[in-house]
Design a protein around this ligand. Structure first.
Ligand code: ADP
Ligand code: MG
Ligand code: ZN
Length: 573
């Protein structure tokens, strides 16, 4: 006991030292101006072409820069090996930063000292107390929570709910299934983009079945020394067994279960041991035990096949981004405790939030509620919702707009109007949920959100139309203000258009003169140049032919600053 108390003290000292290091790391990075955004926000920014450069690293954050701005942004590092390729395909410039900076080195040294200390402690404690003390401490995070979430709290996701209905029944009555010799899934994998409610759904299963919920993250398992992860796994399952029936939830299972052949260094012992321990534990349940392991991942295809074999995670349930109805019911779920103004139409809002995840929708209403609370508006109105929408899509609005000259506003209005006009006329199947000339703090003068439908492939004409739509911003500037007054505002559009054209010529073999033939660099350049010119010509032509409508859109933007799809449709009709 005396000894234990001493270790306890050392433990506390370590904890204090660790906090100091964490604080140090926190402030050490504060020198440069950086701004943190959520990963989903980053995804939207990347997709809408705002991101100019990304600096990948091994660390917990990824840094990136947007066009025409020096501010460094940071977002969580998803540690997804496919990220780099995806970014490159979007035409974003990617660099890697794996060297240690001075502060990185400092904290590295500190961490090693502390980890060393802790490791020493762990070894000692395992030695003395038969493995109990230290391990129990480590899985404290996995203590079961009382669950008060049920399927009612999960809006939309109907297929997924249906797909796990029998799992709930199994946890409640394992004997029923055992009697018939039915082999129920011991493991279920939820896969889909972040924020779509995977964690929520797992919790709801535990809630519906009325059993404790043990949640851990895969990354908790693979941290320090070989063997620690494996014993954490065993400890976790022991706890769950002690509870009788339970749901064990492992978030970010990829941290443990990434394809082994995929790793460059030819294997990672710690991870393999952890994975093996997990598989062993899972095959160890009797069929009468009401324990189910639910794991979540963003990508199924990166997982080791061993995990997906029968008797392991043999049920895979996709949890995707919500469709229109899903979005509407998620909004309805989250508005329940919020005083919305009577004129707010959630169906309309659902229409404007294509590609939003459940978490983003929740965030949207929450952000709007904060706005309303700040201004004491009494109710959450359209203004608050617009501001929140903007914040989620583009970061916060630039507050001081007094210095933006009227002429700049006019150019922006025509530029964004040109995009909207072209999108509406050329690609009626696209959604244009939002167009605005409110500048963001990130340096964008305005933007026009233009979402193509979710498709397996695009036709030649569709690609051409995409390029014309991208170029229509510049074309509108030129048509209205003259060729000598075109602005830098189109740089990102041009970059994206070029990216599409490059693929059009070299990857998809769509250009008429070149066809499927292999081209020399020179020929490619000529072909590329010619196409760009002719498509820009078509953009100019479109803008000129519909000048009257363009004027109407620009006027409306100058008047209201933002337009939604309905308003845009009315102007064009
Ligand atoms: P994931 O685990 O897929 O990343 P989460 O379950 O953590 O997503 O979702 C984060 C939050 O987003 C939830 O706590 C909830 O507020 C909201 N949310 C996500 N999907 C839904 C949904 N289908 N219904 C209601 N709320 C949702
Ligand atoms: Mg989650
Ligand atoms: Zn543009």
């Amino acid at each position: 006991m005396e000894k234990f108390r001493r270790f306890y003290k050392i433990g506390i000292l370590c904890a204090i030292a660790a906090s100091v290091v964490v604080l140090f790391m926190f402030f050490a990075d504060d020198g440069a101006e950086t701004q943190f955004v959520t990963y989903s926000q980053f995804a939207i920014m990347a997709e809408s072409g705002d991101v100019a450069r990304v600096v990948l690293s091994d660390g917990p954050v990824v840094q990136f820069y947007v066009h025409n701005s020096d501010i460094a942004y940071e977002t969580s590092n998803p540690r997804n090996p496919a990220l780099k390729e995806n970014l490159l395909l979007m035409g974003i410039y990617v660099t890697e930063h794996n060297g240690l900076s001075a502060s990185g080195l400092m904290s590295g040294v500190f961490s090693i000292a502390i980890i060393g200390g802790m490791f020493f402690l762990i070894i000692r404690m395992i030695g003395r107390s038969g493995g109990k003390g230290a391990m129990a401490l480590n899985v404290a995070a996995a203590d079961a929570n009382g669950v008060n979430v049920g399927f009612d709290h999960v809006a939309g996701n109907d297929e997924a709910k249906e797909g796990v209905q029998d799992v709930v029944d199994f946890i409640k009555n394992p004997e029923k299934y055992a009697k018939y010799g039915a082999r129920m899934p011991r493991g279920v994998i939820f896969y889909g983009p972040p924020g779509t409610g995977k964690t929520l759904m797992a919790k709801a299963i535990a809630g519906e079945a009325g059993v404790p919920f043990f949640a851990v993250s895969g990354s908790d398992f693979v941290q320090m020394y070989v063997g620690v992860g494996a014993s954490r796994v065993r400890e976790l399952f022991k706890k769950a067994r002690a509870a009788g029936r339970a749901v064990i939830f492992i978030d970010e299972i990829d941290a443990v279960g990434k394809t082994r052949s995929g790793s460059v260094q030819g294997g990672n012992d710690e991870r393999d041991q952890t994975l093996n321990a997990l598989l062993t534990e899972m095959s160890g349940f009797g069929s009468g035990e009401g324990i189910v392991v639910i794991a979540a991942t963003n990508r199924l295809d990166t997982l080791d096949e061993a995990l997906l074999r029968p008797g392991r995670f043999d049920r895979q349930v996709e949890i995707g981004l919500p469709d229109l109805n899903g979005r509407k019911s998620i909004l309805e779920t989250h508005r329940k405790n919020k005083p919305l103004a009577d004129n707010i139409n959630l169906e309309e809002l659902a229409r404007q939030t294509v590609y939003f995840s459940g978490a983003m929708l929740e965030n949207l209403l929450n952000e709007a509620a904060i706005q309303a609370a700040k201004s004491g508006a009494g109710k959450i109105g359209q203004k608050e919702i617009d501001t929140a929408y903007y914040t989620i899509i583009a970061g916060s609005e630039k507050k001081d707009r007094s210095r933006i000259k009227e002429q700049e506003r006019r150019i922006t209005a025509y530029h964004e109007g040109g995009h909207a006009l072209a999108a509406k006329l050329l690609s009626p199947e696209n959604t244009v949920p939002k167009i605005t000339i409110i500048p963001s703090t990130k340096g964008a003068a305005g933007f026009c959100v233009n979402v193509p439908p979710d498709k397996m492939y695009f036709t030649k004409t569709e690609l051409e139309n995409q390029v014309i739509t991208l170029l229509a911003g510049r074309a509108a500037e030129e048509a209205v203000f003259g060729a000598e007054n075109i602005t830098t505002g189109a740089s990102n559009d041009i970059q994206r258009a070029n990216h599409i054209i490059r693929e059009y010529v070299t990857k998809f073999g769509m250009s008429e003169t070149a066809g499927l033939a292999e081209l020399s660099e020179d020929e490619k350049r000529r072909e590329h140049h010619g196409l760009m010119k002719s498509l820009y010509g078509r953009a100019l032509e479109l803008v000129a032919r519909h000048r009257h409508t363009l004027d109407k859109i620009a006027e409306a933007l100058l008047d209201k600053e933002s337009l939604c799809e309905k308003e845009l449709d009315e102007l064009i009709a």
